[in-house]
Design a binder for this molecule. Structure first.
Ligand SMILES: [Zn+2]
Ligand SMILES: [Zn+2]
Length: 185
């Protein structure tokens, strides 16, 4: 007999408890999976990219995996710092396609890049969209071009705000197929 698998939320550095609790509830509802908030981890200095004053998203993802909770079948790292990868000036998040780990940053959804602070419900909604989008990649969903779909690529906040907290019909089928073929879920 094994414990029911869960999805773990891992704060990387300081993250507001309210944000974690909101994501915990929203992800549980959307994916019908148990979600737990795991103990926070410090941001490792080697993931800091001094020339850009940002954190290397890919390295943070690797760190998250190396430190990840064995019992969690997925881990979502959440951080308040700005993330980047070499080819983009910033990323909202990153994930391993059909892998265990994903990561999101709360900085830009909170208006941290341009000092335009959104209302709290908008901020939280952005984080839910980003979390579910990146987790979608870990469930092998690629980017989708159907209008409003959660798996659409969002290059900026405007596009993110136009998305629904909903998968298109096609992505819903792909996700259901994925869960059906993964025996331990
Ligand atoms: Zn994506
Ligand atoms: Zn879709």
């Amino acid at each position: 007999m094994s414990l029911r698998p869960f999805l773990g939320l891992v704060p990387l550095g300081h993250v507001d408890l309210l944000v974690l609790q909101h994501l915990c509830t929203a992800i549980t509802e959307f994916l019908s999976l148990p979600v737990r908030i795991l103990p926070p981890r410090p941001l490792p200095p080697h993931t800091y990219h001094l020339p850009r004053n940002q954190y290397d998203s890919t390295r943070l993802l690797e760190y998250l995996l190396s430190e990840s909770h064995d019992e969690a079948f997925r881990v979502l790292g959440i951080t308040a710092v700005d993330l980047c990868i070499p080819i983009f000036t910033f990323v909202f998040g990153e994930a391993q396609l059909d892998g265990k780990a994903a990561i999101i940053s709360t900085l830009r959804p909170g208006g941290g890049a341009d000092n335009i602070k959104p209302r709290q419900p908008i901020f939280l909604e952005r984080l839910v969209k980003l979390s579910l989008h990146e987790l979608g990649h870990t469930f092998n969903l690629p980017h989708c071009r159907r209008e409003g779909c959660l798996m659409g690529f969002a290059a900026n906040l405007e596009i993110l705000d136009q998305k629904n907290i909903e998968l298109c019909e096609y992505c819903r089928i792909l996700l259901a197929d994925y869960f059906n073929t993964v025996s331990d879920l």
